[in-house]
Each structure stands twice: as C-alpha cells, then as structure tokens.
Design a protein around this ligand. Structure first.
Ligand code: GTP
Ligand code: MG
Length: 444
C-alpha cells in the first residue's frame, strides 16, 4: 500500500501536534526526517517506544518525540510512525509537508481506520464505534461507542453468521443424500434459526434506547408565557443564556444547549411561550415552539404554581397529548403560595428546588428501564436496518422450512447471512464502506 500521512490532532495552538504515517514507506520516511538522540535512526530503537530526538524538514526543526509500530502490530496493520511535535499550526503543517515531500500522500478522511478495516484489524461496526466515540457528547454515548469499537456487536453478529453458515453447509450437503439426512439438516436448521431469531429480537428491542444513548434526548420546554420556561432552562444548564423578564412574551426565538443527566445527553430547547398574539415576530416564535414540541422526544410542559391553570394551557396540553407526545408536567414557582392544582414535578427555578428531579425524570421517561446498563445496545440506524432484514429472512426461512423445498429455506438463510455481514463489513459493498469512512475526521 502507498504511504499516507496526516495531522492527527486538531489544528490549533496546543502543547502537542501529531503527524501520523502509515504504509510501506512510513518507517523510511520517518528515518529521513527524525534523528533520535540515543540511536542513529528511529527504527534502530525498539518498536512501540517513544524516542526523543530532532526533527528537520521543510526548513524547520523541532525537538520532539517519535514512535513507530511495526506491521502487523499497529492500528492499521501496516508500518506506522508518529511524530509528536510541538502543536503549532504552521509547525505541524510543515511537518506534514515534509512527509509528503519525502514520498507520502496526504490521507483522506478516515483512511487510517479504513486501512485497519481492509487489513482485518477491525470489523466495519468496530470502526463505526471509533467514530461514535470521537463524536460522543455524553458518558453513555462514549461507552456505547467503546463497546462497539471493541467488538461487542461484531462478535455477537459473527457468532450468528457462523451458526448460520454451519446450518447452510449441512443443508446444502444433505440435498444430494437420502431423505433422512435432509430431515436431520432441517432439524439442525430450525434450531439455529430459532436461536438467531431470539437473538435478533433481543437486539432490535434495544434500538430505541440505543438511539437516545448515542444522539441524546431532544427535550422541548413548552408552556404559556411567563411560567418560567427560560428560568428553568437556565437552571438546568447552570447558565444565564436565556433572557428572563417578568414581561410575557420575552422569549421570541428558540435556544438550545446540551447538558448531561444520568450519563445521557439532554438536548434542551427553550421556546417562546404559547398564547394568542397579534405580534408578527412573536407569532412566528410561537409557530416555531409548536414545531419544536412535535419534533422532540420529550416535552417539559411548564406551568406556574402561583396561579390557576388557564383554558389555553388545558388546550395546549390536550394538543400535545393528541400528538402522542411524551410529556412531563413541571409545576414551577413552588416557592410561592400554591393555586395551581395540576399534578407534576414541583420545582422552583428561583430556589433550584426540584431541578435534579426534572433531569432524572426526563431520562427515565424516555429510556427503557428493562435494558440493563451493561447490555449490548444497538445505536446505529444502519445496523438496525441490517438486523431487521436479517430477522425478516430468518422468519421467512422458518415459515418455509416444512412446506417448501430446502432450496427456498437456503435462499432465505443466505440472505440473512448477507444482511448480518453488512454490519461486520464482510458483505458490505464499497459504497457503504466509503460512506462510513468519509464521516471520520482527517488523520483518524
Ligand atoms: N418566584 C418565582 N419566580 C419565578 C420562578 N421562575 C421564574 N420566575 C419569574 O417569572 C418571570 C418569567 O420568567 P421567564 O423564565 O422569563 O418565563 P418564560 O416562561 O420563559 O416566559 P416567556 O419567555 O415570556 O414565555 C420572571 O420574572 C422570573 O423571575 C420561580 O421559580 N419562582
Ligand atoms: Mg422565556
């Protein structure tokens, strides 16, 4: 393979900037640019060991660290070298330029990880886990990415594929033999198919939770004007991002912010208070509030404890219920005398009473409590699609097994095998693979 090079750290002034090389000439190139202080060249020193030395290229020098990982024991499976220089933008760009002049090519997005996949170091789903970890913004999302990256999903999928393949081979072989053997192979197949069907059902049941774990929960704060939505938003985000006044109709445009609760990202949206308004700008904001409510995973319906519930609020609640929204009612201003009979979580955005209960309730309302924390969770739509197709083919194989020729069952079993292979990557076509790696950052 040709040799690729990229800056693997974000471009900006920082303590360290890493330029990474992978390919046939990676070691040769690093030896041209870098002189360790305690050896004549980096590759004379031990693999996987940092060496201090002097880097010279593109008219600049740096005292820095370098390391190499000899094939096949590297991230990509190829010879890999890394130059850990000082993290100046101009400096690392010149180092990359030096690598290119010495014979490397600038890497494309995700090309290091793509090579790791092509060299059998990672399953395709493992590589997706790496990207998920990089893009994660909550502890749960990082951990789900980590489980994916370290092969939890690919192992389960490969086990199913292996069992299917055994049954397929047995059934194929039995076609040329007397009926008893065909019956035996069908017995074997039904056993395998039922086990796979159960596993797939269990995996697919985690998809909803998986989506929230990975992408977070979209929470719209909705209610009449002046009930304290923006005050609640500020209390939850521990900021003063939203403007709070005692004038009804303060918030015109929505604002959003991500917080973490119980390890899950909550994507909070403060919205304009909903009421009848002749004001053009306010009406546009109210229209936006309704859209955001309907596009959210959860609505925090805020009401004011210090006054009775209004007809408009009752109407708004009815509309939200009709839209099948998950709703948590939040009764705010509980520091004032209570006049509002609506039941809900009692809080005061002013004294911060009950704010933690709102966070916990938001997570509990959306996450499936039946799924235990350490369980395998499907977080990717792509994996979900493939699992659904595999489950469909397996259901059809089970249906056909005793009433159609074995060939029909075999077709379904092969289709299930291929669908599962799209997850691990062994039957994924080039377009899918390219699409996945293009979502990576440069240098990964
Ligand atoms: N006593 C008390 N006052 C509160 C509380 N929360 C908010 N307020 C007051 O209620 C008024 C309205 O608060 P906002 O947060 O701007 O209300 P809002 O729902 O965002 O209002 P709009 O943006 O106009 O829809 C302000 O004067 C706040 O100080 C609370 O918990 N207790
Ligand atoms: Mg507001």
């Amino acid at each position: 393979m040709d040799t690729i090079a990229a800056i693997s750290t974000p471009l900006g002034s920082g303590a360290v900037g890493i330029v990474r090389l992978s390919g046939d000439k990676a070691l040769e190139i690093v030896d041209m640019l870098f002189r360790p202080y305690k050896a004549s060249k980096l590759t004379d020193a031990a693999s996987n060991t940092m060496c201090l030395g002097e880097l010279s290229c593109s008219g600049i020098s740096d005292r820095c660290l370098a390391v190499y990982f000899a094939a096949p024991n590297s991230y990509t499976g190829e010879n890999v070298a890394e130059l850990h220089c000082h993290g100046g933008v101009s400096l690392v760009k010149r180092v990359l330029d030096g690598c290119v002049r010495a014979g490397a090519r600038a890497a494309e997005r995700g090309e290091f990880t793509k090579r790791a996949f092509l060299n059998g170091k990672l399953a395709l789903s493992d590589a997706e886990g790496v990207a998920d970890m990089i893009n994660a913004d909550s502890a749960a999302a990082i951990n789900a990415g980590y489980r994916l990256a370290t092969g939890r999903t690919s192992t389960v999928v490969k086990e199913m594929q292996a069992k299917l393949l055994d049954s397929i081979s047995y059934m194929e072989a039995s076609l040329d033999y007397p009926e008893e053997m065909e019956d035996e192979s069908k017995q074997d197949a039904i056993h395998t198919l039922r086990a796979c069907a159960d596993k797939l059902t269990a995996l697919l049941a985690t998809c909803n939770t998986g989506r929230y774990v990975k992408d977070g929960i979209k929470v719209a704060i909705i209610g009449s004007t002046n009930v304290g939505k923006s005050s609640l938003f500020n209390a939850l985000t521990q900021s003063d991002r939203a403007i709070v006044t005692d004038i009804a109709g303060t918030t015109r445009d929505s604002i959003d912010e991500v917080i973490e609760a119980e390890g899950i990202a909550l994507r909070l949206i403060d919205t304009a208070g909903i009421r009848d308004s002749d004001d053009k700008v306010e009406s546009a904001g109210i229209e936006r509030s309704r859209r955001l409510a309907s596009g959210s995973d959860l609505v925090l319906f805020v009401t004011d404890a210090s006054r009775e519930i209004t007809i408009e609020e009752e109407e708004l609640l009815r509309q939200l219920n009709d839209g099948k929204k998950r709703i948590i009612t939040v009764v705010n201003k509980c520091d004032l005398p209570r006049k509002n009979a609506l039941k809900g979580i009692e809080i005061s955005a002013k004294t911060l009473q009950g704010i933690d209960s709102v966070k916990k309730a938001a997570v509990d309302a959306v996450l499936d409590s039946n799924i235990d924390a350490g369980a395998e969770v499907i977080t990717s739509q792509r994996h979900k699609d493939a699992l659904e197709r595999a489950a469909g083919s397996i259901a059809s194989a089970i249906d056909n097994l005793n009433c159609a020729p074995s060939e029909c069952t075999l077709l379904d079993m092969r289709a299930a095998y291929r669908a599962l292979g799209e997850i691990t990557g062994d039957t994924a076509d080039e377009k899918i693979i390219d699409n996945i790696f293009q979502k990576f950052c440069l240098g990964k």
